[in-house]
Ligand binder design. Sequence first.
Ligand code: COD
Length: 309
Amino acid sequence: MSTPLFDTLVARARALAPLSLAIVDAGERTVLESVALVLQEKIADPLLIGDPDRIRQIAREVGIPDSIPIIPASTTEESAREGVRLVAEGRAQGLMKGHLHSDTFLHPVLEGLREKKRLSHVFLAEIPTYGRLLAITDAAMNIAPDLMAKAEILQNAIDMAHTLGNPRPKAAVLSAVEMVNPLIASTIDAACLSKMADRGQISGAVVDGPLAFDNAISREAARTKEIESPVSGEADILLVPDLVSGNILAKDLEYLAGGTLAGVILGARVPVILTSRSDPPRSRFLSACLATLLFHGRMSARAAGGERP
Ligand code: COD
C-alpha cells in the first residue's frame, strides 16, 4: 500500500535524532519485530523493559543487537512503573506499550506523566481516497468524554497539528446528523464546541459541528444536503462522540478502506504509543515516527518560547 503522506512524515522523522524510546513489557515477538524496524530505520533508540531472558532470546531471533539495553522487570505492573520512571528521570523521550493490557499500562502513565489536564489518544490515518492525513480522536483512551473533556481532547489534537506543521487545521465534530437534536446528545456537544471555538475557548483551528461523517469528508455530500461548512471535504481532525464509535470508525478505515494508521497519546510529558496486539509492524513504526516528530517539535517550540502552557 503506497502512503505518500506518511512517507513525508517518515522522511522528516529520519532527519531528526533517534528518540530514546522505552518499550514497556517488551518480551513478545511482534513487539520486538517493531523495535527491530525502528532501530534499523534509526527512528528510535529502544530501552527494553521486562523479563531479560525472554527479551534477549526473542531480540536475538529478530536481529536486535545485544548492545540494546534491557531494564529488568518481573511483572507487567513493574514494567509500566519502570517505563514511567525512565521518562521521569529524562532517560526516555517516549514510551511504547508492549505486551500488556492497556489499563495496566495507562494507570501509571496517568499518575506519573500527566502534563496537560487531559491525556487523549489520536489516530493519524492515511486513506487512499482522501488527500490529507486525518486525525481521529479519541478512539482509544477516553471512553465517554463529557463536553469539557471533548474540548480538551480537541485542543490536544489541534496542538498536535500545529507541531506537525499545520498552523490552522480544520476540525469536524462528528455526530450522526448535522442539525442539533436534543435526543442525540453528541449534536449538542458538537454545537457547543463550535461556539467554544468561536469564543476562543478552543483555539488554533477552524471547528465546525455537528457534522455527519459524509459531510465532514465530502464537500459534495455537504452541498447535496445544502450545508455550508468551512470544514466539509477538508477536515484534518475528526472529533468523535466516544471511544466506541471512534474505534469502529478507525478500524473500519483500516480494514475496509485500505487506510494506514499511526497513533499516539497526547498530553503526557512525552509521546506515548498505545499499540494494540493486532497492529501491523508498519503501524507501530509509523507511530514511533510520529512520536519522534512530536517530541522534537515540542522541544523546538519550547526552545523558541512558543509552546502552549
Ligand atoms: N486524562 C487525564 N486524567 C484522567 C484521564 C485522562 N484521559 N482518565 C482518567 N483520568 C484521571 C481521573 O481524573 C482520575 O483522577 C484518575 O485518572 C482515575 O480516573 P478514572 O477512575 O475515571 O479512570 P480509570 O483509572 O478507571 O481509567 C482510565 C483509563 C484510561 C485506563 C480508562 O479510561 C480506559 O480503560 N480507557 C480505555 C483504554 C483502552 O482499553 N484502550 C484500548 C482499546 S481501544
